[in-house]
Each structure stands twice: as structure tokens, then as C-alpha cells.
Design a protein around this ligand. Structure first.
Ligand SMILES: Cc1ncc(COP(=O)(O)O)c(C=O)c1O
Length: 306
């Protein structure tokens, strides 16, 4: 259940959260026709300023998703301004999650993609940790990742999160915190809402976005941080299931999950369990970047206040 907190943006209007509703006949509800983004803002060390992480990149990706799915949204710069206005109108002074949502909102019966019925909605909520554990146990899901050629994973499509939810439910029912999807071809795709990195002999690996996963903004940011700031070697290539079992370290990343260390896969402990040393470095650096402690990465942060 989403926490109500004030005002939501709906197609040019600011409305109370409980007034931001759709018809039961909406195509978005009946067929899952839409796409969304997920953006975080972090309260700075002074306890007052809030910085939105990679706002422009998130809006660019949403614009790409809109193009693929025949949805219409305001230009990326205007949409970014709406996000900032939303945070100000809700007087956000804490860690926050912003959800821009683009839906096909016609109430007509047939599932037809028609840009004239697009609705652009943005809401926000306070958010601390999405995964509330220091190091997690994951499994490889029996559900396969929905293929980009079936429902384009790179668009963050609303309907495809049923695939994520099935995998996560199965994982939790079996005592794991998260599930890792394989593609139909049997290669590592992503978690239910996170990208996958492994570490082998000090080198970082992560599968490309052509493995039916989202074109991840945290993932891309971490690759830049690891290679440019921490002098780590990174290789983008397909990863097989059993390679996860013999990785020295593994972590998941995403806007929600941030950097989440993985200590076991299908009950095979990785390294010494807990948080591996390379993961710990990356996690700390990510934390420093989003909290505006790294001068070089300040261009990734958009201040909400003053
Ligand atoms: C399926 C899926 N994969 C990966 C991610 C991570 O992507 P990003 O870093 O852009 O948030 C998300 C969203 O957070 C997601 O929903």
C-alpha cells in the first residue's frame, strides 16, 4: 500500500492524493498498458537539502519508453521540473521516492495503443531502504524474464511487473529475499527490480541490457563510479546461471535497492558470506555520491531547495 502524503500531479493539475484516480475501465488497469520511472531523492548531510539522483537520465529514459509504447509526455526538461515542483509542494525534507507514471487511460474496450489517451502522473512518498537487510540470500527463479521482444523490458512497462511479482513471491515463499531471472535463453537477466553484478578475481561483470532487462540508471552510474572513481575493471557480457554460484561476490542495484549485497545464490554461499570487500567499497562510494560528498559527481544531483 502506498503511503498518502499530499499532492499528486495529473495531466497539468495538482490534486490531493486521494483524488488521483483512474476509471475501473481504464486500459491501464485492465491491460497493464503503461510504463513508469522510479527516482530517488536523498536528504543531504546538512539535514535540509534534498538531492534528486540522475533526474535528467530518468526523464530521458521515460521519454524513450514513451516513444516505444506510443505514449505522450511533456518534454523531458518540463517533466523534470514537474518532479521538482512535486517535491516542493509536498515539502519533502527526507529520503524520497518519486514515481512518474505514463498510462494509456482510454476507457474503450480494445487494447489499442493511442497516444491521444495518454495520462502523465507523478507522485512521491518517503522511502528508506527498499530491501531491509545488509546481505541477502537469493534464488534463481523458475519464472523466466519476460522477453524484450514480447513486452519491452527496457520501457519499465507496468504490465510486466506481474512477472516480477511472481518471481519475488516464489522466492519469498521459499525463504529467499529476492529472485534472479534468467532469459528464455538461460542467461542471467536481472532481479525482480534490480540489476545484477558479480565479482570474480577482482573484476566486475554485469549482463548487458540486451539480456531482457531495463536500461538501468543505477547500473550505468555504478559502472562509471567503479571504473572512473575506484579504478576497478568492468566487463559487460552475458552471465550463466552457475557462474553466479562461483562468484566471489555479488550485488544487486537499482533505484529502490541502491547497492544490495548478495551472500548466497540457491544456497551456495559466495566468498565468506556477508558483504564482500569490492561490494563494500562500491556501496560506500555510492552512498557518498548520492549524499553529495563527491565533488566530481555533483552534476548527477539536482537540488530541490533554494
Ligand atoms: C525490473 C527492474 N530492473 C532494474 C531496475 C533498476 O533500474 P534503475 O537503476 O534504473 O532504477 C528496476 C528499477 O528500479 C527495475 O524495475
Amino acid at each position: 500500500m502506498l503511503a498518502a502524503m499530499g499532492v499528486t500531479y495529473v495531466d497539468g493539475e495538482w490534486v490531493d492524493d486521494d483524488q488521483a484516480t483512474v476509471s475501473v475501465r481504464s486500459r491501464a488497469l485492465n491491460y497493464g498498458m503503461g510504463c513508469f520511472g522510479g527516482i530517488r531523492g536523498y536528504v543531504a548531510d546538512d539535514g535540509k537539502q534534498v538531492h534528486v539522483f540522475r533526474l535528467d537520465a530518468h526523464m530521458r529514459r521515460l521519454a524513450h519508453s514513451a516513444k516505444i509504447l506510443y505514449l505522450r509526455m511533456p518534454p523531458a526538461a518540463e517533466s523534470a521540473q514537474i518532479v521538482l515542483d512535486l517535491l516542493r509542494r509536498n515539502t519533502i525534507r527526507e529520503d524520497v521516492y518519486v514515481r512518474p507514471l505514463l498510462i494509456h487511460n482510454s476507457t474503450a474496450l480494445a487494447p489499442i495503443l493511442d497516444e491521444d489517451s495518454s495520462s502523465f502522473i507523478v507522485y512521491c512518498m518517503p522511502l528508506g531502504r527498499y530491501i531491509d537487510k545488509d546481505a541477502i540470500d537469493v534464488c534463481v527463479s523458475s519464472w523466466r524474464r519476460v522477453a524484450d521482444n514480447a513486452i519491452p523490458s527496457r520501457t519499465k512497462p507496468t504490465g510486466a511487473y506481474l512477472n516480477s511479482a511472481l518471481a519475488r513471491r516464489e522466492a519469498m515463499d521459499n525463504g529467499f529475499t529476492e529472485a534472479i531471472f534468467l532469459t528464455e535463453a538461460g542467461k542471467v537477466s536481472e532481479g525482480s527490480a534490480e540489476h545484477v553484478f558479480i565479482v570474480r578475481d577482482g573484476v566486475l561483470y554485469s549482463p548487458p541490457s540486451t539480456e531482457d532487462n531495463l536500461d538501468g540508471i543505477t547500473r550505468r552510474s555504478l559502472i562509471a563510479m567503479a571504473t572512473e572513481d575506484l579504478d576497478l575493471e568492468f566487463v559487460e557480457r552475458p552471465i550463466g546461471r552457475t557462474e553466479l554460484y562461483v562468484a566471489d561476490e555479488m550485488f544487486l542495484c537499482g533505484t529502490g535497492a541502491q547497492v544490495t549485497p548478495v551472500q548466497s545464490v540457491d544456497r551456495r554461499t559466495l566468498g565468506a558470506g556477508g558483504v564482500g570487500p569490492v561490494t563494500a567499497r562500491i556501496k560506500q562510494h555510492f552512498d557518498d555520491v548520492v549524499h553529495a560528498r563527491v565533488e566530481k559527481r555533483l552534476p548527477w544531483l539536482t537540488p530541490v531547495w533554494g
